[in-house]
Design a protein around this ligand. Structure first.
Ligand code: AKB
Length: 334
């Protein structure tokens, strides 16, 4: 298998949950100066700011996008800027503008310059009519959220640019992503991150979905590995492009609380479902990701138990140092 290697890289949404850790890992692999962090409203802090170049990138302004891409001679873009599901329901027009127009502008700039693009999708592409257990790769895509609508359209648009213009566009359907570094913002699966922070900080958490709510989840190291592995994979082995199902583990909110209680026996979790319950109920419980496993060798490393041990170790350490909450919640993905 010939591995794809990257030239200069731009990460949009680089201060978001996935974008921040992805940027640092890409800098480690390919060299700090090779990876530009594209930030929007929230300036980068700490290692993200200090370890390499960063630029203001507003994906809804194509000229700004093109100017940064040309200035740094970018050849690959990891396009992580997006509004997530819950905030997207509060601001559907903004979600369309950032997620859809932003992607369209990026693909146009990429088409003119022959750039490679990673464009993330999500389990939000599925809806209430989709089989909820072992959700197949090829199935019903009728989401009920604006975020989901933009993700289905984004997968199709990316595939169109690949077919029509020969552009190398790739993407996965992320499950809920859990991380001890940057907080997510505006997602339905955010409870699965907040529960760890609140367990460490206060020993209590009021979870905004029901105890029996099961969703597919993934620990950040697996998410970063999957993202980069797909972009490095030999394109000739890929039958799918922009829509790979991706899975690692599935658990209920109650099982998550019970796992945390194995480490913190006094932890109390209450369940107080709000408007996000309906979104969670429209998504799969578990995912069949055999296409990703077969086509580019996807293999997750973390299950609930291993992830929980690592999350609590890292957060407890930070709490003891008085810096549990790493940064202000943002709306950028990522
Ligand atoms: C969200 O909850 O909106 C995201 C996602 C599953 O894409 N974490």
């Amino acid at each position: 298998m010939t591995k794809q290697t990257a030239g200069r890289i731009l990460v949009t949404g680089a201060v978001g949950q996935i974008g921040s850790e992805l940027t640092l890992e890409l800098r480690k692999r390919y060299g700090a100066e090779q990876v530009v962090a594209g930030v929007h409203r929230t300036p980068p802090t700490g290692a993200l700011r200090d370890s390499g170049p960063y630029e203001t990138v507003d994906v809804t302004r194509p000229q700004n996008l093109a100017e940064v891409i040309d200035r740094y001679d970018i050849d690959t873009v990891y396009h992580m800027a997006a509004l997530l599901s819950a905030i997207g329901e509060e601001h559907p027009q903004a979600a369309w503008n950032v997620n859809m127009n932003g992607l369209y502008h990026l693909l146009e700039v990429a088409r003119e310059r022959g750039l490679r693009v990673f464009c993330p999708s999500s389990i939000a592409v599925f809806g209430p009519e989709t089989p909820r257990d072992g959700t197949p790769q090829e199935t019903v895509l009728r989401p009920t959220t604006m975020y989901g609508v933009t993700k289905v359209a984004g997968e199709l648009l990316g595939a169109y640019y690949a077919r029509r213009y020969g552009l190398d566009v790739r993407g996965v359907r992320y499950p809920g992503i859990i991380s001890a570094e940057t907080l997510p913002g505006g997602g339905t699966t955010d409870y699965a991150v907040a529960i760890y922070y609140e367990a460490v900080a206060r020993g209590r958490y009021a979870c905004f979905v029901r105890e029996d709510t099961v969703l597919p989840m993934m620990y950040m190291p697996d998410c970063i590995a999957a993202t980069i592995d797909l972009m490095e994979a030999d394109g000739s082995g890929l039958r799918h492009r922009t829509d790979f199902n991706l899975a690692a583990m599935s658990f209920s909110a109650g099982e998550l609380a019970a796992e945390i209680r194995k480490h913190l026996p006094d932890f109390v979790c209450t369940f107080e479902p709000d408007h996000r319950q309906a979104i969670a109920d429209s998504w799969p419980r578990s995912i069949d990701d055999s296409a990703a496993r077969e086509e580019w060798g996807w293999q997750p490393q973390y299950d609930l138990s291993r992830m929980t041990t690592d999350m609590l170790r890292r957060l407890t350490l930070r709490h003891a140092e008085g810096r549990l909450y790493p940064q202000v919640e943002g709306v950028e993905r990522s």
